[in-house]
Design a protein around this ligand. Sequence first.
Ligand SMILES: *[C@@H]1O[C@H](CO)[C@@H](O)[C@H](O)[C@H]1NC(C)=O
Ligand SMILES: *[C@@H]1O[C@H](CO)[C@@H](O)[C@H](O)[C@H]1NC(C)=O
Ligand SMILES: *[C@@H]1O[C@H](CO)[C@@H](O)[C@H](O)[C@H]1NC(C)=O
Length: 681
Amino acid sequence: MAITFSVLLLLSISLLSALAQHDEFQFSGFNPGNGNSNSNVTLGGIAKVQNGGILRLTNETLRLIGHSFYPVPIRFKNSTDASVFSFSTAFAFAIVPQYPKLGGHGLAFTIANSSSLPEALPSQYLGLLNAKNIGNASNHLFAVEFDTVQDFEFGDINDNHVGIDLNNLASNKSVAAPINLKSGETIQVWIDFDSARKVLEVRLASSSAKPAKPILSYAVDLSPILLNEMYVGFSASTGLLASSHYLFGWNFKMNGVVKSLDLSSLPSLPKPKKRNYALLIAAPVSALFFLIAALATAGYLLYKIKTADVIEDWELVTGPHRFSYKELKYATRGFREKELLGQGGFGKVYRGVLPGTKEEIAVKRVSHESRQGLREFVAEIASIGRLRHRNLVRMQGWCRRRADLLLVYDYMPNGSLDKYLFSGDEATPLLPWPIRFRVIRSVAAALLYLHEEWESVGLHRDVKASNVLLDGELNGRLGDFGLARLYERGANPSTTRVVGTLGYLAPELTRTGKATTATDVFAFGALVLEVVCGRRPIEPKALPDELVLVDLVWEKWASGKWREAVDPRLVGEFDEDEVEVALRVGLMCSHPVPAGRPEMRDVVRFLEDGDPTGVPELPSPPPAGGGGSYEVGFEDFVHSYPSSSFEKVSWSPTLNPNGGRSDRTMAAQEESGPVVFFSAV
Ligand SMILES: *[C@@H]1O[C@H](CO)[C@@H](O)[C@H](O)[C@H]1NC(C)=O
Ligand SMILES: *[C@@H]1O[C@H](CO)[C@@H](O)[C@H](O)[C@H]1NC(C)=O
Ligand SMILES: *[C@@H]1O[C@H](CO)[C@@H](O)[C@H](O)[C@H]1NC(C)=O
């Protein structure tokens, strides 16, 4: 009897809940309601239903979250046997990035145990989770992310992908999206979970017709993730880059297959007004490769030292990992040309994948003729490897093989700043002003760290645009720290070379040969002007003479027309105060006399304040004609090598009283391409 009774009770409960169940709904556009009530959906964060029924989850302001859920929870499990139901949903969205082609961050279809997700963070957390609860089984979070930023922290495959996220933002499975998610066009998504087969499928199209083939199919048991009752909806976030995330329609059905949305009957965005710089912008930008387990390598060190390389005593430094040559050769597939990332002044850089951890690395191969030079550099590697700053590219380790030094760095998938400033190719986005200003600030922070905050005074010695790498959110990171040091000593130990890059070399460096914090500041000044003006420090091919950027800026500054010096490709879209601060700082740092230049501490303060009146009045400009910043010898050099605009030079400043060209020899260094040695005879 009791059994019959409880069965009856159960039946009636499930009957009741079935009656109360919201297991199907269709929205063609959304009802704005008034405020949060009477709307078809809940609105959290800055989500808003706009006139015309478009649900906007975020706008283009940085670090925002937008949430929107169906207002009542939905039953996902059979109350009799607790099995998960099948479900099916279709929705139409669009992502309109603030800067064409730079998305930030993405949106996710979400099944959660709350309709507010109060602890969630923006940026890479997509408004779903936070740094503490990532991966916890108690999250009960199911999401399908449409992510437009590549976060290496979560192992994202690229900056345009669809992923299935269970309690975590590291996707259980993800695929590259077959269409551009941040094109601003309306995209329809179908997500179907078949509880009998336990398979989840995701489809994507920019049309009303459901494709036959899913882009993503994932066998999964959702019963540990889903509770009996869950909220369904959407979450979106912005970070240091921002997009507006929009929804136009949404159908949902439990235990059945949902109807596709007819895109033509949905509200749509007004045709975007064309931005002036839209033309210049194209390919996607991806993200940064985050921290790699460094501690674990310490114990590994000794084990690794049994290789073909002959290890000398001085190489047994502690500190960063000493890789075996074999390991790096394998990682870069034998230093194949296909893995070549670039050819810097000091050597070639290869992309590699570490065999064990599958982590991506950048391997710089430097050749050096002097064993003494290598030895001194290796002595410094231990301390260089300890450098930790979010605006420095981390050195993970190194390896020596005969005269080659192999330096292993964190991989920076977005490449270097000079590419963004000068490549001119369609695939590289033009950097808008706010990002340029951020890059300037981040490089300043990195230099301040080296000069003042690190255990000993560090000098970079080769600050320039090609040594500034960009992470996923286009923050600047300074790379190649200290490498110039290696080249100060040539094969002949009695000479000292000056090493640097034309246009970034402080004038006193050419006389004394001694790098100081002031010579780093000078190079930073050249970099700042370069970023503001979008021109190289020296453009030999400019007519009629070569253009010396600092002279040009001084001229514009003195005549009160500094706005004319700003990169014309920004078409006037910049913050005047910030640009003025940057130009003032750039000119101050470019002062021909070291004592006239500010310290990095002051530079950082001026840039952080962003207030031009906070920067001291500039001294009067140096005499025109070469600006006093460049020695005659440089101009000789520039003229003597007109085919290239961006050369690294090194030469011995000693014993050259005549300064005549005949006193010098010039030789291209074999492996490092554009490196040119000028040495006194
Ligand atoms: C959305 O709200 C409007 C106005 O309250 C209502 O008429 C409509 O039925 C709602 N749609 C759904 C699917 O609940
Ligand atoms: C985005 O929304 C927030 C909050 O409503 C607002 O303060 C901000 O100005 C908006 N940003 C833009 C770019 O419209
Ligand atoms: C729930 O499970 C019971 C037993 O397996 C089954 O008879 C019933 O049809 C299920 N209910 C639904 C709504 O699927």
